[in-house]
Ligand binder design. Structure first.
Ligand SMILES: [Zn+2]
Ligand SMILES: [Zn+2]
Length: 344
């Protein structure tokens, strides 16, 4: 079967390899759709020692497909099932798992290899983070389960309530998911970005938009955005969906007194950001870092996709054949598209 192998930054090769055989508790899935993601682009450009400790390695982690073989002891799935799986599973027994903070699990098991004709899903993920999907949900729309699960996590931490004003900084795929889910919770959303395409998409989704082109400082950006909030006070909840320290700062500056910031985008390692400490005190801000997902959020994300409350295809720039992976990553790097669904 064909599978992409990652040899290091800038070096991805589509190769002919032996298909895997599922061991006890595992399932083999014929991949019908696999989605590119910002993490793939980051890994392709710079490498990713956590995800790829040894090279060459299989590549890609967002997929949906059909079960072709089940390992010994698997009872929840059968050959022919249409399934989607998250990219990790927590161990269930470390200190973090024991206090219900599975996104901080010390032994997260990662799955790579979605850009291929077949993938073996490990036992822990089969048991905790794999679901059958209804016939009404296409493989393409189901594939972005992982990012949607992380956004559901962010939503859970945000405390967004009916009638809230929510500012979403960054209108890429993650920002678009926050816009949609915040609206489902009854919030009015203001989205800020610099890309005409992303702003148009946010507007189409029903958000008011702010074009930050030409503005430099986090304060200037925040001032322009909060002018649209009730009384110009700022947002009840502001979300960072870019992954840059200056946008983290901008996000805190977008809050009304007593507001909550969800700092979601992964920033470069060891990058500091600053917050006005007297504002933090006198304005009683709540700042929340949110990383990854937990099984309970994966379950909700599957529900949102299955019921059509969230349309996975709304994130997709284009559906392409598997051979177009490198080209698609290059297009993402050049800002031509944000998410491509590849069909093996
Ligand atoms: Zn992803
Ligand atoms: Zn754990």
């Amino acid at each position: 079967m064909r599978a992409y192998m990652f040899y290091g930054p800038g070096d991805l090769r589509l190769e002919e390899i032996e298909p895997g055989i599922p061991g006890p508790g595992e399932i083999a899935v014929e991949v019908k759709a696999a989605a590119t993601c910002g993490t793939d682009l980051k890994s392709y450009r710079r490498g990713h020692p956590t995800l790829f400790p040894t090279l060459p390695a299989r590549f890609g982690h967002e997929f949906a497909g059909v079960v072709t073989e089940v390992g010994e002891g698997v009872t929840r799935f059968a050959v022919g099932d249409r399934v989607v799986a998250a990219n990790t599973a927590p161990c269930g027994s470390c200190w973090a798992c024991q206090i219900g903070r599975e996104s901080l699990c010390e032994n997260l098991e990662y799955l790579n290899g979605a850009f291929a004709e077949q993938i073996i899903v490990p036992k822990a993920i089969v048991e905790r983070n794999t679901y059958t999907i209804p016939d009404t949900l296409s493989f393409e729309a189901a594939a972005p389960l992982e990012p949607l699960s992380t956004v559901v996590h962010g939503m859970a931490e945000s405390g967004i309530a009916l009638g809230d004003t929510v500012i979403v900084n960054g209108a890429g795929p993650i920002g678009q998911m926050f816009i949609k889910l915040a609206q489902l919770r009854g919030a009015s959303v203001i989205a800020a970005d610099r890309s005409p395409g992303r702003l148009a998409q946010a507007e189409e989704a029903g958000a008011r938009t702010v074009d930050l082109t030409g503005l430099e400082t986090p304060q200037d950006c925040a001032d322009k955005i909060i002018a649209l909030t009730p009384g110009g006070r700022g947002a009840d909840v502001a979300i960072e969906a870019v992954g840059l320290p200056q946008v983290w700062e901008q996000t805190v500056l977008c809050l009304r007194p007593g507001g909550t910031a969800v700092l979601f985008g992964g920033t470069p390692k060891n990058a500091p950001f600053s917050v006005n400490s007297s504002d933090m005190h006198y304005k009683e801000y709540t700042l929340k870092g949110v990383y990854h997902h937990q099984p309970r959020y994966v379950k909700i994300a599957v529900e949102l996709l299955s019921t059509g409350k969230f349309d996975g295809m709304s994130l997709c720039t284009e559906v392409r054949p598997l051979e177009a992976l490198v080209e698609s990553l290059e297009d993402m790097a050049a800002g031509r598209g944000s998410k491509y669904i590849l069909r093996p």
